[in-house]
Design a protein around this ligand. Structure first.
Ligand code: PAP
Length: 343
């Protein structure tokens, strides 16, 4: 399928005649380019081996790709970066943002989210760079939706540049760290059945969790959302889940991304259609999300991205002592900042 003139279009649909693939095959991969740099970084062996790079534990596999992303990514003024800490609502955010931006582009029964997993529509930029597909980003029509787990502090300077210096918009989603722990535990257990919840808790507590410390990840985006609300929008998974609230956030996100819903669209129920298309029940039930794998690294079964989709599941897995310990750590890290993610 040829790329439409106006974006965003599904990444998977771009270059499907393989024009770029041959050229890409001749370029060196980031792991060849930055392998020595990464090999010299402190290393932590765990359920996802990490390398400590400028204060964050990057998954070893992605470290060269993230360095390439930082050095080479060329943003466009109308790009929107969808950012998240892992297991905090990434899949939902991708679906909502893409559905909101493309609400007028497809007949309801032909929407790409009905045939593609959200991770195939908007892949992680870490995967894109690691696998040498960066040229494919350049061929996507504007506006593009870019997705990342990279901390705000490590985003390319070109993305976070101040007024007059370029930069683009960023939407970040965060979640109660206790529910992130439980979600990450279940996710990683699909690959490592003997992984313990205690092991994941420890990695969060000592900051070595992939893309951690989690508190610094959240604080980076939160601070940016406070100082530059026109550029960085912060969403909370729990807020989106609240009865009837998803529409209000979709509306705000569409406005922020530069495609506000018109009065006519509002009257026609366009906001509710986006929310319904991206609802947990609808997405989980789709054939494309029940079979096959997503992402090039570790090839996660697609159904692993749709587990329970609720707030507060931590109470079914964690002792009150462990919950209090995690709450205490985050409260302490956020003290004096004004940020309250922990209830
Ligand atoms: P990722 O960062 O690896 O892409 P991410 O999508 O953030 O993962 O995490 C998946 C979580 O979002 C799962 O939470 P749980 O384990 O606590 O259930 C998943 O169920 C939830 N999720 C996925 N899609 C939706 C959706 N459409 N609505 C609400 N929650 C969702």
């Amino acid at each position: 399928m040829a790329a439409a003139a106006t974006g965003p279009v599904p990444f998977k649909d771009a270059d499907d005649d393989g024009t770029l693939a041959a050229a890409e095959a001749r370029s060196p991969l980031p792991k060849e380019e930055f392998g020595d740099l990464v090999a010299a970084l402190p290393r932590k062996e765990q359920y996802l081996d990490g390398r400590l790079y400028e204060g964050f534990w990057l998954p070893e596999h992605y470290a060269p790709g993230i360095i390439a992303f930082r050095r080479r990514f060329t943003p466009r003024a109308d790009d929107v970066v969808l950012a998240s800490y892992p297991k905090c609502g990434t899949t939902w955010l991708k679906a909502l943002a893409f559905a909101a931006m493309t609400r007028a582009a497809y007949p309801a029964d032909e929407h790409p989210l009905l045939r593609l997993n959200p991770h195939d529509v908007i892949p992680f930029v870490e995967d894109v760079f690691t696998d040498g597909h960066e040229a494919k980003l350049d061929m996507l029509p504007s506006p593009r939706l870019i997705n990342t787990h990279t901390p705000y502090q490590l985003l390319p300077e070109s993305v976070v540049a101040g007024d007059g210096g370029g930069g683009c918009k960023v939407v970040y989603i965060c979640r109660d760290p206790k529910d992130m722990v439980v979600s990450l535990y279940h996710f990683m257990r699909r690959l490592q059945p003997d992984l313990s919840l205690a092991g994941v808790v420890e990695s969060v507590a000592d900051g070595t969790v992939p893309f951690g410390p989690m508190w610094d990840h959240i604080l980076g985006y939160w601070r940016a959302s406070v100082s530059r609300p026109d550029r960085v929008l912060l969403l909370r998974y729990e807020d989106l889940l609240r009865d009837g609230a998803a529409g209000e956030h979709v509306r705000a996100m569409a406005r922020f991304m530069g495609r506000p819903f018109s009065a006519a669209e509002e009257a026609a129920g366009a906001v509710a259609s986006v929310v319904e298309l991206c609802s947990f029940e609808r997405m989980k039930a789709l054939e494309v999300n029940r079979r096959g794998t997503a992402g090039s690294y570790k090839s996660m079964p697609r159904d692993a991205f749709f587990r329970k989709g609720v707030a507060g599941d931590w109470a079914n897995h964690m002792s009150p002592e462990t919950a209090a310990r995690l709450d205490g750590i985050f409260r302490e890290k956020f003290r004096g900042t004004g940020l309250t993610i922990v209830p």
